[in-house]
Design a protein around this ligand. Structure first.
Ligand SMILES: *Cc1c(COP(=O)(O)O)cnc(C)c1O
Length: 380
């Protein structure tokens, strides 16, 4: 038995795709599977969703190659930088490449010429994230140049939003306007225009354009609390009966381990390195074989909780490299070998990625993306 397991419910991901597809219909739904499919496992997730989505968006070339090696034939878009010397590999993988630099575009065109077939590309415009993209002022000329290059097939043109999960629509509208201005008249008819990630796809229908790129929502997590509240309030305004957000997104990941040792300690006894926690009563301490090397963030020390027997139990003392300790005094039948849930549901209790993120001072995106590659994953 592995010391811990990530169980991924592929059916939940398929249902999330179905419900999100219905929500944004008739706009095609692309799904983002970067960062090992937000920790869920790139290849199994893509195989489960193959044929059900408009395309897969990855960050790097190696992810596109891994999908092709696994037999995934759906369209793929690489969102991040491709090393110049590896454009051949992207072409061979029939993965579309993102362009934000004309030097790189020329290099890509010469690779495609040598390989005797056009390379699919998406031009990116930076409308306000200051990360990747042609500046809006350069975009019309750059896009025209790309569109006129026969070795490049301008499949899409996109931008990325900075604050779409905020209730204040101001900056999203500004970015939308900049994108329209930068691309108006510059794009061939068939070019797919896209800008919305999960939050905008759900909150701002006018940003859906010709495709949405959904990441976090696919994995059953709300992009922000505001996003969920916004959808609820819109339903109330339209006198829609029922909460449209209930059951819309199903989390798909459960992270479990088990107790490997148990001990009784006395009032005043310390636990863990630095003795940062002391028992305020006679206490039962369970040792778990999961520490920060397994992805249990050390900032959960004396802050986080886990589920034992369907009850929340506090992590006490500092999380170690490969182990951590939990106060199970409130679970009288806790025993060595008993299952412990670090993330997910046990009976009526649940630890969500948002709970963990709140305890660590981060966002659920990071909690998922940092789940280590080496943890065993089981797919159901
Ligand atoms: C990660 C990413 C997305 C997905 O964002 P979510 O908020 O997870 O839906 C979409 N587009 C780009 C360019 C991204 O980098």
């Amino acid at each position: 038995m592995p010391l811990c397991t990530l169980r991924v419910d592929l059916g939940a991901l398929q249902r999330n795709v179905e419900r999100l597809t219905a929500l944004v219909a008739p706009t095609p739904l692309a799904v983002v599977v970067k960062a090992n499919a937000y920790g869920h496992g790139l290849v199994p997730v893509a195989r489960a969703l193959s044929g059900r989505v408009a395309r897969f968006c990855v960050y790097e070339l190696s992810e596109a190659v891994a999908l092709r090696d696994a037999g995934v034939t759906d369209p793929i878009l690489i969102l991040g930088p491709v090393p110049r010397e590896e454009i051949d590999t992207a072409h061979a993988a029939a993965a579309a490449v993102t362009l934000w630099n004309l030097d790189f575009a020329r290099r890509a065109a010469s690779t495609a010429r040598r390989r005797r077939s056009p390379l699919a590309v998406h031009a990116k415009v930076d409308t306000g994230v200051a990360r990747l993209g042609f500046p809006p002022t350069d975009a019309p000329a750059a896009i025209a140049k790309i569109a006129q290059t026969p070795e490049l097939r301008l499949e899409g043109c996109f931008t990325h939003l900075a604050s779409s999960e905020d209730l204040d629509e101001g900056f999203t509208s500004l970015q939308h306007r900049r994108f329209e201005e930068a691309t108006r008249g510059a794009l061939p008819e068939a070019t797919i225009r896209h800008m919305a990630a999960s939050a905008a796809a759900m909150m701002w229908p006018e940003t859906r354009l010709d495709m949405v790129r959904v990441g976090i929502a696919l994995y059953g997590i709300w992009p922000s609390r505001e996003c969920r509240l916004f959808l609820q309030s819109r339903a109330i305004r339209s006198l829609h009966d029922g909460d449209p957000t209930a059951g819309l997104l199903e989390p798909a990941i459960t992270w479990t381990t088990h107790i490997v040792a148990l001990r009784e300690i006395d009032h005043g006894d310390p636990v863990g390195y630095g003795s940062t926690w002391r028992a305020a009563r006679p206490t039962r301490i369970a040792t778990l074989p999961v520490g920060y090397a397994e992805g249990l963030d050390r900032s959960l020390s004396n802050r986080g909780q886990v589920l034992v027997g369907g009850r929340r139990c506090p992590i006490v003392g500092r999380i170690c490299m490969n182990m951590s300790m939990v106060d199970v005094t409130e679970v009288p039948d806790a025993h060595v070998g008993q299952a412990v849930t670090l993330l997910g549901r046990d009976g009526d209790a649940e630890i969500t990625a948002d709970d963990v993120a709140d305890w660590c001072g981060t966002i659920a995106y990071e909690v998922l993306a940092r789940l280590p590659l080496h943890l065993p994953r089981a797919y159901v």
